[in-house]
Design a protein around this ligand. Structure first.
Ligand code: ARG
Length: 476
């Protein structure tokens, strides 16, 4: 007999059971469902909606069920549809009909919204920590490469030299925005929908704030219809996760390029590469490629969720059960990628000489020759034209700017003097970009100092919320 079977005269078609059940995937919510139920039953007794003794029995029963699910002893069935009804059924099997009092003043609609928030809340803290670990690995590479110069690119054409530290720090700040976005979204996740009932609230004198406090929420969802219909927090997470994935994917692309024989700028550690079953010489950057590839499924989940929600009338609709698999998969996908990324970056061998070679054998100091002439009061437009001529000459002669004799330089402009050789050296070119946020060494050191402050505030945020969540799960 189904928990809701009273109104029915026929059993459900087996295919319907199979099709509508969510237990296959929502069993991931088991521990959160039980956390929520423990807070709910405590509140029911406090508000004298059920006797204290019954609440104690239910709480004890829930803990036994939690252990049995954890150990794999409990049987979760499709006939019981989802994690909420499976747990209720297991509870009644454990402690008898009194277990049936747990669902007083509650619906699966507010219950599932609660579970999703509890799950995501924990995932946000874990993912934030993993992001900070990746930031830290990039920061460490930056600190070790404050004198490593490589070409900076636009249009994937060599443009101006930059410090490798500067390049690493660019990603540190990208991931910083991700960490901040997750922390900001946390505020909207951390609101309790419990007590909204099926859609309209409940006739029992429940205390929603008490439950919210017990579960360490910042507050309650203000409107019962919104509380059970809202999956904005899922969309927001998937959107933030899409940005994280996009950032990872851009870095992956650089790693794939840099580790090719054509670039030969870095070598990824053997531990993070794989071989070819056919070509014995191959060492493939599979992790970077796969992280790049998995961006597709994260974006897919975002579009999937947005599309599922589009046009849904208030309040709960069964369509919303589709909110889970994409969210779970996104959490696992991010966790998997980020956990690999930090050690992969940390152990990456940076081939400083090859990077330097690429800078030296290039015209990426041409802007500096123009700037030099501007310093001698030549209008920039004229300077640009002069340098264009110099570069053309070099290309024809198969030379670089620093290969030219002072006489050759002076054929193009008498303003050029012997100090030009210092001005055009890669280090000088880099250090000339001495503007806030620029690639000059002292400016990159400023970025590193700034990042240290940011890491500290992330660590505070993570510690505070990890403690709250930890306290809650040991409360039970
Ligand atoms: N398994 C359902 C879901 O994930 C739980 C809520 C079901 N509510 C209902 N009224 N059928 O969305």
């Amino acid at each position: 007999m189904k928990l809701w079977g009273g109104r029915f005269t026929k059993p459900t078609n087996e295919l319907v059971d199979e099709y509508t059940a969510s237990i296959r995937f929502d069993q991931k919510l088991a521990q959160f469902d039980i956390q929520g139920s423990l807070a709910h039953v405590d509140m029911l007794a406090k508000c004298k909606i059920i006797p204290e003794n019954d609440a104690i029995k239910i709480a004890e029963g829930l803990k036994i069920v939690a252990d049995k699910i954890k150990s794999g002893e409990a049987e979760l069935t499709e006939a019981n549809e989802d994690i909420h009804m499976n747990i209720e059924k297991l509870l009644i099997d454990e402690i008898g009909p009194v277990g049936g009092k747990l669902h007083t003043g509650r619906s699966r609609n507010d219950q599932v919204a609660l579970d999703m928030r509890l799950y995501l809340r924990e995932a946000l803290v874990t993912i934030s920590q993993l992001l900070v670990d990746v930031q830290q690995s990039l920061y460490n590479q930056a600190k070790q490469n404050l004198d490593t110069v490589l070409p900076g690119y636009t249009h994937l054409q060599r443009a101006q030299p930059v410090l490798f530290a500067h390049h690493m720090m660019a990603y540190v700040f990208m991931f910083q925005r991700d960490v901040e976005r997750l922390a900001d979204s946390f505020k909207r996740v951390n609101q309790s929908p419990l007590g909204a009932g099926a859609l309209a609230g409940t006739s029992f004198p429940i205390d929603r704030h008490y439950v919210a406090e017990k579960l360490n929420f910042d507050g309650i969802c203000e409107n019962s219809l919104d509380a059970v219909s809202d999956r904005d927090f899922v969309v927001e997470f998937l959107s933030n996760a899409s940005l994280v994935s996009m950032h990872l994917s851009r870095l992956c692309e650089e790693l794939v390029q840099w580790s090719s024989a054509e670039f030969n700028f870095v070598e990824l550690d053997d531990a993070f590469c794989t071989g070819s079953s056919m070509m014995p010489q191959k060492k493939n950057p599979d992790v970077a490629e796969l992280v790049r590839g998995k961006t597709g499924r994260v974006y897919g989940h975002l579009i999937g969720m947005l599309t599922t929600l589009k046009g849904l009338p208030l309040a709960y609709n069964k369509d919303m059960q589709e909110d889970k698999e994409g969210m779970f998969d996104t959490v696992e996908t991010l966790k998997g990628a980020l956990a690999l990324f930090a050690p992969m970056i940390e152990t990456m061998d940076v081939k400083k000489e090859n990077m330097y070679e690429a800078v030296a054998k290039d015209y990426s100091n041409a802007t500096d020759l123009a700037d030099y002439l501007v310093g001698k009061d030549l209008p920039f437009r004229e300077a640009h034209a002069v340098v264009g001529q110099v570069v053309l000459h070099c290309i024809n002669e198969n030379k670089y700017l620093l290969d030219l004799s002072i006489e050759e330089f002076q054929q193009f402009s008498s303003l050029i003097e012997t100090d030009i050789y210092d001005v055009l050296s890669p280090k000088a070119v880099v250090n000339a970009r001495n503007v806030a946020g620029g690639t000059a060494k002292n400016r990159v050191e400023d970025q590193i100092a700034k990042a240290e402050q940011l890491f500290e505030s992330s660590a505070d945020w993570i510690e505070k919320h990890a403690k709250q969540i930890e306290a809650m799960s040991t409360h039970q």
